[in-house]
Design a protein around this ligand. Structure first.
Ligand SMILES: C[S@@+](CC[C@H](N)C(=O)[O-])C[C@H]1O[C@@H](n2cnc3c(N)ncnc32)[C@H](O)[C@@H]1O
Length: 293
């Protein structure tokens, strides 16, 4: 298994990493330029022009490691990001700054996974069934649905699932075969196993730490084996797994070794998702493992 580096195709989305450094990222999402904290950006910034002309700035608050947004230009709080793969309809995602979070509704590095997913799903003879776990605002869900799949979208946050549904409606996918589930992913997996369900593809993006809908803490480290055992039970024999992981003190090979325990007959690809600035400097964002048959 070789370790790969994946980056989104610039022409497929309205995002650009403009610069990074001093613990921050300077990014362009659609028509908004923003600054957000990213403690992994330990180096010095290079772009001398754009840092002083942004629409929104997210800062760490003094108390409890939370975040706050400062509007630098009136009316800059809500806007749109577009993903447009040539084989799919254009997909628009609503972005917004929310209190206490530096996340705005899209993780742009995930566009590299969506390119792979599109290639995998478009043109399938029968609509593939996809389980999207920790599905957030529906990036992979909408890509899979637009590519002709039936999707089961699961996330613990009611408001985030509502946001994902809004994105589906805005893209004419209100009647697409998508099941919207607000549930703890581990609980949902157990229930689906009891029902004897099988999926042609499982996508999961567990956070290092999260909460179930009842507020019970979730940790990737504690749940990794349970998630993999669940995926093993729910995946159709020739199905694929796309696992994305972030903010964990592990290398991609660590994750791939565990995936290999559960999918010994699948081919594994593993690596890092990167965002690349115009000058070529990259910000590593996530680890991934893809298991295909
Ligand atoms: C950062 S997101 C994943 C990003 C997403 N894959 C994308 O590309 O847009 C992590 C998600 O996991 C959800 N989450 C956290 N703990 C959970 C749990 N125990 N069960 C279900 N979802 C959970 C959060 O609500 C959040 O939406």
């Amino acid at each position: 298994m070789t370790i790969q580096t994946l980056t989104p195709t610039p022409a497929h989305h309205t995002y650009q990493l403009l610069d990074s450094g001093n613990g921050q990222r300077l990014e362009q999402f659609g028509n908004r330029r923003i600054i957000r904290p990213d403690t992994t950006c330990l180096w010095r910034p290079r772009n001398t022009t754009h840092w002083n002309s942004v629409d929104l700035r997210c800062v760490k608050t003094q108390q409890g490691g939370s975040f706050a947004w400062q509007e630098q230009r009136a009316g800059a709080q809500a806007w749109t990001y577009t993903y447009h793969h040539p084989k799919l309809q254009k997909l628009d995602f609503a972005l917004r700054s929310s209190e206490h979070s530096k996340n705005i509704g899209i993780f742009p590095e995930q566009a590299a996974h969506w390119d792979w997913l599109t290639t995998k799903l478009v043109g399938a003879t029968q609509a593939p069934s996809i389980l999207n776990l920790f599905a957030y605002t529906g990036g992979a869900t909408l890509v899979a649905a637009a590519a002709g799949a039936q999707v089961c979208h699961v996330d613990a946050s009611k408001s985030t699932v509502a946001w994902a549904r809004e994105n589906a409606v805005a893209n004419g996918l209100a009647d697409a075969p998508i099941r919207w589930i607000v549930e703890d992913c581990v609980t949902f997996i157990e229930r689906e196993i009891k029902r004897g369900k099988k999926y042609d593809g499982i996508i999961m993006d567990p956070p290092a730490f999260g909460r179930d809908p009842r507020g019970k803490p979730f940790s990737f480290e504690d749940s990794f084996h349970q998630l993999m055992a669940g995926a093993q039970a729910l995946l159709a024999p020739e199905g694929f797994l796309l696992l994305n992981v972030y903010s964990v003190p592990l290398y991609a090979t660590h994750i791939a070794n565990v995936v290999g325990d559960y999918f010994p007959h699948h081919t594994l690809e593993a690596g890092e998702l990167h965002l690349v600035a115009k000058d070529g400097r990259t910000v590593p964002c996530n680890l991934f493992v893809r298991a295909t048959y």
